[in-house]
Design a protein around this ligand. Structure first.
Ligand code: HAM
Length: 427
């Protein structure tokens, strides 16, 4: 028997049983992105390897050991994109889009050859935003509020926002020297990974998840002490702004991020419900990157959310485990009622965007239709029979709540359903 070919480790099919979660997140994100008038941008999945080396940084995990790089038939060194920021910056420079402030968003698959585990895959999907040309903390706050709007639309309440500032590159260089000095003094306590990083990327040591490193990390100097007035002011204004907007956050001085391009504000939204891979969204400022990739100096800030991790979160919500159930299931008794029923259903769908309505098809007794209505997961059975037709009314039987059943004049049905659509939107 032929050996069956399987999907590549860490890369997954998204099947019909799961797709409604993806669509729901995409819809929630789109709603939020539209509310802030961000513009979508689509870039190729493959780029020159140099783009990622020069932006993410040679000494990062991603560039050192996680990129899917290959020589194409011309001998060009290409890489499947491990993230979206670098491509977005390249596209913005190349297409002359940085002549005025810009707010972009993108979505799609990213590729990193990491060790697969729950919440960590080799092909994963992000929705990201990148804003160019604005340097104040107000725009940092805007992108954080935008992300919060997505969680709200999805009914996700228990994410913690952690923020930190990485200062300017000079400030970071000063801090780096202090940190290296501190870590050299404790070389014996460092694990193998951290010893290697001491020379190449010492800030990343602070991000180590190895429990044997916890004590050294806890005692390490913090960057805040090396911040100048400008960076300090920027961060304070961001904290104040978030507070005024009612955003709860925690300043985490150990938050360093795994990509080299960041400066000043960085943030992560973290869930405790996902185990080790709890960060569902991460980002920050990268004011030097545009210039570093050959554009004119342009401040920038952005974030990306991880679709797989959000899917895991919302799939665990009891009300979404089964996907969007109908608001109503229309039962009709008799042929005349069937004809009228279809027409009424069309009117309701015209009048109420967002309404999810099933009309029973295939006939059958009231009892058997009612059973199907219940099994459909619908919130209300709407009943139209000869009696109701004669009275220009419709019967309403709540299937998922204690509301009383009632007979409603047909003229009131739109308003009745509108309230139910508003109470149970999807997303
Ligand atoms: P990142 O922290 O590497 O940042 O990734 C952002 C999010 O993508 C993570 O918080 C996580 O939810 C998800 N993610 C990352 N790697 C994986 C993986 N292997 N499996 C599943 N999910 C994953 C960036 O990519 C930056 N480009 C974000 C950014 C945009 N900063 C500024 N603008």
């Amino acid at each position: 028997m032929a050996i069956r070919i399987q999907a590549i480790r860490g890369m997954h099919d998204i099947l019909p049983g799961q797709i409604h979660h993806w669509q729901r997140i995409e819809q929630a994100a789109r709603g939020a992105l539209d509310a802030y008038a961000y513009q979508e941008l689509r870039t190729p999945i493959v780029e020159l390897t140099d783009l990622f080396k020069r932006s993410i940084g040679e000494a990062t995990d991603i560039v050192e050991k996680e990129m899917y790089s290959f020589a194409d038939r011309n001998g060009d060194d290409l890489t499947l994109r491990p993230e979206g920021t670098a491509s977005c910056v390249r596209a913005a420079i190349e297409n002359g889009l940085l002549d005025q402030p810009r707010r972009f968003w993108y979505q799609g698959p990213m590729f990193r050859h990491e060790r697969p585990q729950k919440g960590r895959y080799r092909q994963f999907h992000q929705i990201g935003v990148e804003v160019f040309g604005l340097e104040g903390p107000d725009i940092d706050q805007e992108v954080i509020l935008l992300s919060r709007r997505i969680w709200r639309a999805l009914g996700i309440e228990d994410l913690e926002l952690q923020i930190n500032t990485l200062g300017s590159s000079d400030e970071r260089a000063r801090y780096r020297a202090r940190l290296v000095e501190y870590l050299r003094g404790r070389f014996e306590q460092l694990d193998e990974d951290s010893r290697r990083r001491l020379e190449t990327n010492p800030l990343r040591i602070l991000d180590s998840k190895n429990p044997t490193m916890a004590e050294v990390i806890a005692g390490a100097p913090v960057l805040t002490d090396d911040l100048g007035e400008d960076s300090r002011g920027h961060f304070e204004r961001l904290c104040q702004g978030l507070g005024r907007a009612g955003v709860t956050f925690r300043v985490n001085p150990r938050l360093v991020r795994g990509l080299d391009y960041y400066n000043r504000s960085v943030f992560e939204w973290v869930s405790t419900a996902l185990g080790a891979q709890g960060t569902v969204c991460a980002g920050g400022r990268y004011d030097g990157l545009v210039e570093q990739l050959g554009g004119s100096p342009t401040p920038a800030v952005g974030f990306a959310l991880g679709m797989e991790r959000l899917v895991a979160l919302i799939a665990a919500q009891p009300e979404t485990a089964t996907g969007p159930s109908p608001h109503g299931y229309l039962i009709t008794v008799g042929e005349t009622a069937q004809v009228h029923g279809l027409a009424i259903a069309e009117q309701m769908r015209d009048a109420l965007p967002g309404l999810r309505l099933w009309v029973h098809c295939g006939g059958g007794s009231f009892k058997s239709q009612f059973k199907k209505a219940d099994r459909s997961g619908a919130r209300y059975a709407l009943v139209l029979g000869p009696d109701e037709l004669a009275r220009e009314a419709i019967g309403i039987k709540p299937l998922r709540s204690d509301e009383p059943q009632q007979t409603l004049p047909l003229s009131e049905l739109t308003a009745y359903l509108a309230a139910r659509v508003a109470a149970h939107p999807y997303p």
